[in-house]
Write a protein that binds this ligand. Structure first.
Ligand SMILES: *Cc1c(COP(=O)(O)O)cnc(C)c1O
Length: 393
């Protein structure tokens, strides 16, 4: 059996997998087993924030692996404490962190924080969480129920009670009742279509929720860790959430999730936990990734890269007006909205053939989530390949 056959035989078919075999990567460039190179405008769905094969991350992981990888959360874990401090300092919020292993798990933690708050914060006990239509919060049963896309709830029931989906931010307040404990949103909806929420509306909502003593949970699993230009998109929006979740870009490629909250004492020992969460491997990688990214941010390189990327994308949107409505998104989380959604799989396929990896979002958008360290040359080459692909249509 060749690799494709082995995969198909032994791995459950949860993805429409592309059977290319990548064997090496360098920043935003991947190489397959035949030596063909691809510009990666996806960074493994926003994960490889510091690029592929990053030597500093490789060195940090390798050094740590030779000493301790894991000892459990029953003991002090030096890089975990340091990473928590760093995340809190970079956020500018007065919070504490809990480390999980994925975005969905970080959101589970956020939901547990809200549910516990609703249990202990007076009468009546509150448990309902309002989320938005077209949101995406993960694949565990609860995160799936929090996700406001009905097509995702076709199987797997019964789901836990207490999730209400608002059509837009404008509808959130009208859905609040005596049992509402929290509102959870992505500031830029990722999987749903790279849709930024309106800044003023979010600020107004944050103010209202504060008055009502209802928690604001911001799912920054995709938008966090400099993806949109600031450390958190909550910083960019000028709000102070009660709970923030992180994952994708935080570890530069290792599986890590984090839920942070201003409710510093909400959990007592035994309320929550994770065997793997925040172990030496992932928090060491996270510390190095944050060092790399804060340098990019502070030197101004990140800001310049983001502007350059957007200019290139705008150029594409205007030169191919027959194909695209517009360019949208924030920072290095961007999309092109198609006029005809039937072209979506075609463009992704043609791009791949010309050596470019792009993603889909929603039903009619091509999504771009390049590594934050992508070089100007890689951006130029990627857009050249995108044009090649579009010219074959
Ligand atoms: C990817 C994503 C998740 C789920 O993260 P996993 O690591 O796949 O569990 C949750 N929320 C948002 C906004 C995401 O983009």
């Amino acid at each position: 059996m060749n690799l494709e056959q082995i995969d198909k035989e032994y791995v459950l078919h949860t993805y429409n997998r592309n059977y290319v075999n990548f064997t090496r990567g360098e920043n935003a460039t991947l190489f397959d087993e035949n030596g063909k190179n691809y510009i990666d405008f996806s960074s493994g769905i926003g994960v490889v924030s510091c690029g592929h094969g990053n030597p500093r991350i490789a060195e940090a992981i390798s050094k740590q692996a030779k000493s301790i990888l894991h000892i459990s959360n029953l003991f002090l874990i030096e890089p975990q404490a340091k990473l928590a401090k760093k995340i809190v300092e970079l956020s500018g919020y007065d919070m504490r962190c809990f480390f999980a292993n994925s975005g969905a798990e970080a959101n589970e933690g956020a939901i547990k924080i809200a549910r516990k708050f609703g249990e202990i914060d007076g009468e009546p006990k509150r448990y309902k969480i309002i989320t938005l239509e077209n949101s995406f919060h993960g694949r565990t049963i609860t995160a799936l129920k929090a996700t406001g896309q009905e097509k995702m709830h076709a199987y797997f029931g019964p789901f836990p009670d207490g999730f209400v989906h608002a059509k837009t931010v404008d509808d959130v307040l009208s859905l609040i009742d005596d049992h509402t404990v929290a509102v959870m949103v992505e500031l830029v909806q990722g999987e749903g279509g790279v849709t930024p929420l309106d800044v003023q509306k979010v600020q107004k909502l944050a103010q209202e929720l504060k008055k009502l003593n209802i928690l604001l949970i911001i799912d920054e699993v995709q938008t966090g860790v400099y993806r949109t230009g600031e450390f958190l998109t909550s910083n960019l929006y000028g709000i102070t959430p009660d709970v923030v979740t992180l994952a994708k870009g935080l570890g530069g490629g290792v599986p890590i999730g984090c839920v942070m909250t201003t409710l510093k004492d909400i959990f007592k020992a035994g309320d929550h936990g994770s065997t793997f969460g925040g172990n030496y491997l992932v928090t060491t990688a996270g510390l190095e990734a944050l060092d790399i990214l804060t340098e990019e941010y502070e030197s101004g390189v990140l800001g310049k890269t983001m502007i350059y990327f957007q200019e290139k994308l705008k150029e594409i949107a205007s030169s191919y007006e027959n194909l695209f409505h517009k360019e949208l998104g924030v920072g290095m989380m961007r999309a092109l909205e198609l006029k005809d959604s039937a072209n979506l799989p075609v463009i992704i396929k043609k791009s791949f053939e010309s050596g470019l990896i792009v993603l889909r979002a929603g039903t009619d958008r091509i999504r771009f989530l390049p590594p934050l360290t992508i070089s100007k040359e890689e951006i130029d080459e990627g857009f050249k390949r995108l044009k090649d692909a579009l010219n074959t249509l």
